[in-house]
Every structure is written in structure tokens, then in C-alpha cells.
Ligand binder design. Structure first.
Ligand SMILES: [Zn+2]
Length: 102
């Protein structure tokens, strides 16, 4: 997604520009350290605000920009992604419910 954003916003061709490369690195790093790991819900639903606010702003902008384009450029990937997120969120909520029932 960052690649889409960078290509249309910063005119990069093959590689990300330095600031987008930095953002990508940061995002991957955050993902690694996220306490929810693979079980994590979508970041929008994440209770831990793991992004520093300036980076969060940037990521948000990237998502807002690239999201609809993703759907258009790679509809299969985008739908698969949405589906996975949806399932992940459902599993996550279900898990919380089971925990609360106990
Ligand atoms: Zn860029």
C-alpha cells in the first residue's frame, strides 16, 4: 500500500522514496512488537495505540489514499485482505466474549 501511495504521490518508480521507506520500516517494526501479534485485530480496532502520533498520521494518510486504489488495482488481493481482517476481527471479538463468560 505504501508503494501505491509513494508511486502516485512522490513519483517513485521502483523503490520507495526515503521517507516512505522509513515509514514502511516503522510499520513492520510496530507489527513485530504489537502485543496481539498474529491474533491482532485490524489496527483501527487495536486497543494499543502502537504508533507514535506523527507516524500514525502518515499511515492513516497512506491507508486513506491507497485503500480505494487497492480495491481498483488489485481487487482480489483487497477482497482477500478485507475478508481476512473481517474473520480476524470476529475471532478476536469471540475470544473476548468467551473470556468474559468465564
Ligand atoms: Zn514516498
Amino acid at each position: 500500500m505504501i508503494a501505491i501511495y509513494c508511486r502516485s504521490k512522490h513519483g517513485s518508480v521502483k523503490e520507495l522514496c526515503s521517507s516512505c521507506a522509513l515509514l514502511r520500516q516503522y510499520a513492520l517494526q510496530r507489527l513485530e512488537r504489537c502485543p496481539f501479534g498474529e491474533e491482532k485485530p485490524a489496527c483501527a480496532a487495536c486497543t494499543v495505540h502502537c504508533y507514535k502520533s506523527d507516524m500514525r498520521m502518515k499511515i492513516k494518510e497512506v491507508m486513506r489514499f491507497a485503500g480505494p486504489r487497492m480495491l481498483f488495482l488489485y481487487p482480489v488481493d483487497a477482497i482477500r485482505h478485507l475478508y481476512r481482517e473481517h474473520r480476524r476481527n470476529r475471532n478476536y471479538t469471540a475470544k473476548i466474549k468467551t473470556n468474559q463468560d468465564r
